[in-house]
Ligand binder design. Structure first.
Ligand code: FES
Length: 106
């Protein structure tokens, strides 16, 4: 079901924002004007990824620097000093309608 998040003007280019919709914590990323939505928390130790940073098209976790592809949620590289694999973030369909960012939750 499609949920309305906020106005597209509420998120700067190349920035991250945390939002909770219907009890689901989400990470919204504006990557060069395109909006992507994934889970908010790192799959390693549940750090809030909105406090991380964007590098190319990846979000870097501020805790141990795991890196996830913002477009797909897939792990690009795992946490520093950790050999066990970590899971991907879920990625959610998004659209902009009448200037509002919308996300489709299962
Ligand atoms: S909590 Fe994100 S890399 Fe460890």
């Amino acid at each position: 079901m499609w949920e309305t998040l906020f106005g597209i003007n509420k998120i700067d280019n190349n920035s991250l924002k945390a939002v909770t919709v219907s009890g689901t914590p989400l990470l919204v990323a504006n990557l060069n004007g395109s909006i992507y939505v994934t889970d908010l928390y790192c799959t390693h130790e549940q750090t809030d990824l909105s406090e991380g940073f964007i590098e190319k098209c990846n979000v870097i976790c501020p805790a141990h620097f795991a890196s996830f592809n913002i477009k797909t949620g897939h792990v690009v590289s795992g946490p520093e000093d950790e050999s066990s694999p970590i899971g991907n973030l879920k990625s959610y369909p998004t659209k902009i309608e009448k200037g509002m960012v919308m996300v489709e939750l299962p």
